[in-house]
Design a protein around this ligand. Structure first.
Ligand SMILES: Cc1cc2nc3c(=O)[nH]c(=O)nc-3n(C[C@H](O)[C@H](O)[C@H](O)COP(=O)(O)OP(=O)(O)OC[C@H]3O[C@@H](n4cnc5c(N)ncnc54)[C@H](O)[C@@H]3O)c2cc1C
Length: 138
């Protein structure tokens, strides 16, 4: 099977490896899709325990887990460390630090601080259930 052929393995790009992005990646782990998970950090931050770090109850490393380690058993998930700056819905590309990451389905999970630019169109959010899960069941 040619993994790079989008007709054979649709490419799902997930922006953000927080709770939302990691949940999506876990749901798609070892599925018949090529998944790319993009985050500006190489770690997932467990925010609910931030206060314990602030009060010296935990060290920062206790609440920051490497994304690649979390996803290591997901053979179809590729993790990219890069800050996303824009989405081009017409070309179906994500721009991130000079990279152009092509997608067939896009999951935007960058919380509220994403600061993204839409490069060519006025809409981009692709509904996961409508556009992806239904396709996956075909
Ligand atoms: C101190 C604190 C305590 C909390 N306690 C609780 C709690 O007890 N219970 C609870 O349910 N919720 C709690 N929350 C809220 C919870 O953490 C958030 O609701 C949750 O993290 C949101 O998940 P998310 O995936 O939308 O975003 P995040 O978890 O914030 O993940 C977003 C990801 O996107 C990445 N990203 C953003 N912009 C870019 C970019 N341009 N390029 C590349 N990557 C990017 C970030 O690096 C991050 O990894 C707490 C939050 C805080 C701050």
């Amino acid at each position: 099977m040619n993994r790079t052929d989008p007709a054979v393995r649709p490419r799902v790009v997930i922006l953000g490896a927080g709770f939302g992005g990691l949940s999506a990646a876990a749901a798609l782990a070892n599925s018949p899709f090529d998944v790319t998970l993009v985050d500006q950090h190489n770690y997932h931050l467990f925010q609910p325990l931030l206060y314990q770090v602030a009060t010296a109850g935990l060290s920062p490393a206790d609440i920051a887990s490497p994304i690649r380690a979390i996803m290591r058993d997901a053979r179809n998930v590729n993790v990219i460390l890069a800050k996303v700056s824009g989405i081009d819905p017409e070309r179906r590309e994500v721009r991130a630090e000079g990279r152009r990451i092509a997608f067939d389905r896009l999951i935007v999970a960058q919380a509220s601080r994403a600061g993204l630019r839409l490069l060519t169109a006025d809409h981009v959010l692709l509904d996961l259930r409508r556009d992806f899960i239904l396709d996956a069941s075909c």
